[in-house]
Design a protein around this ligand. Structure first.
Ligand SMILES: [Zn+2]
Length: 433
């Protein structure tokens, strides 16, 4: 009985075997040899069959932090010397608070190799984050290298969209946009007619965090009506883009369903009875900066059904980072999902959530308590119903559905006048009695 899964067909695994052989014979893997030494693991010299692959030790962010950058730099010194413009240092955001921010040496071109990124010659880069904008700009410059192609990019911080910026965007006449969902949402809310600026855009590439179905439909409304296609990817700082949400997946499942990229090996480990497991990623190219069995901390389900686009595996991303979700007896209480529902109720000023497991007549059941700060007096029964009816605790079932089936306790609401000021914002907690 296995509780892990490799999201690859036998044929694809065969193809990946060659990559692993290349990795085994490469001298530029001192980072990994050090990691294996710490973990007391002996890497086979020539061949690594899939049964043995499961013995390769995992690595997580704190372990990468401990191993440090030196060995990475040593491994990649030769390719680095040949053209330093293909590399940059990127720090993780540290939002999960699991570790201090970690510095990664990254290959710029690999970072934006997601299928959607390849489209378009005049790319409008809408990012508030300078580092990401710089990365995409360098990648565009690299693309022109040694070719007669003429790729251009324009970087704009969408927050604070002034008249001069609008003029620049108009003149540039982008054929593609890369951005975060939040940037597009902001732009549209501030400038309802901004879509006229994007008349020639044929392709929009959205990446970054969870995108809600509402955000996507808003973006589509504003951009797709100009015949633009939208691609969404699933990416992490540590392993770059991992998968892409094709148009068929989007139609069938909405957002947050992805096909893993061909040259990534995606595994799910510690899968529970509900099919939820942790996403583990292996990426062997370039070998000098490879990632082996990296534990992302993200929670997902896998599905092996051939999609209309031809891909065989789909990954359903259910939650990210340890602070952002709580698993409780087959349900997943996700902060982003609570926030999605709370946002539809403007009377709620602030909230905290507590998840408990309580004994009911038959069995142990999950219970969610929401502590709310309200703008004015509200009928709590109405409020509770509204939240229960739309808060999803499994991919398809709301809190109300689960209560009806006696699989979850009814929602509890508590009121506070004001939350005490705190430097550590932990909106969602698991209470263990
Ligand atoms: Zn597909």
């Amino acid at each position: 009985m296995t509780n892990s899964l490799i999201l690859k067909s036998a044929k694809e695994l065969k193809e990946n075997e060659k990559e692993i052989e290349k990795f085994l014979s490469s001298p530029n893997k001192s980072f990994w040899l050090q990691h294996f030494k710490v973990k007391k693991y002996k890497l086979p010299k020539k061949k690594l069959i899939w049964e043995e692959f499961s013995l390769v030790p995992f690595i997580d962010k704190s372990e990468i932090l401990k191993l440090g950058l030196n060995l990475r730099l040593k491994d990649s010194v030769n390719i680095f010397k040949s053209n330093p413009r293909h590399f940059l240092l990127q720090s993780t955001s540290g939002t999960s608070k699991a570790t201090a921010p970690v510095l990664f040496l990254k290959n710029v071109d690999e970072m934006i190799e997601g299928e959607g990124h390849r489209q378009g010659k005049k790319m409008l880069i809408l990012y508030q984050a300078r580092a990401i904008a710089l990365r995409d700009t360098i990648a565009m410059i690299n693309r022109n290298e040694g070719k007669n192609d003429n790729y251009q990019s324009l970087v704009i911080n969408p927050f604070g969209f002034t008249a001069s910026k609008i003029r620049a965007v108009k003149e540039f006449a982008a054929d593609s946009i890369v951005t975060f969902p939040a940037c597009i949402t902001f732009l549209i809310s501030q400038f309802p007619k901004s879509y006229s600026l994007f008349a020639q855009v044929k392709h929009v590439f959205l990446s970054g965090d969870f995108i809600s179905t509402l955000q996507l439909s808003n973006s589509k409304q504003a951009l797709s009506q100009k015949n633009a296609t939208i691609d969404i990817d699933y990416l992490t700082t540590e392993a770059d883009a991992i998968g892409i949400c094709c148009k068929y997946l989007r139609k069938k499942y909405g957002t947050n369903a992805y096909h893993p990229f061909k040259d990534r090996l995606v595994e799910l480990i510690d899968i529970d009875s509900n099919g939820f497991g942790e996403v583990v990623v292996t990426k062997l190219k370039p070998i000098e900066l490879s990632i082996l069995r990296y534990k992302t901390g993200d929670i997902a389900r896998g599905l092996n059904t051939k999609c209309n686009c031809g891909k065989e595996w789909t990954l359903f991303l259910e939650g990210r980072n340890n602070m952002d979700y709580i698993k409780s007896l087959g349900t997943l209480i996700a902060r982003a999902e609570i926030e999605r529902v709370i946002k539809t109720i403007p009377q709620i000023v602030a909230w905290r959530g507590e998840v408990r497991e309580v004994k009911s007549k038959k069995a142990l059941l999950g219970e969610l308590t929401l502590i709310l700060q309200l703008q004015n007096h509200q009928n709590l029964d109405v409020l509770s119903k509204k939240i229960s009816n739309s808060l999803l605790l499994t991919p398809k079932k709301t809190l109300a559905n689960l209560v009806e089936k006696k699989n979850f306790m009814p929602l509890k609401l508590k009121l506070v006048d004001k939350f005490p000021p705190s430097t550590k914002n932990v909106p969602l907690k698991k209470i263990i009695n």
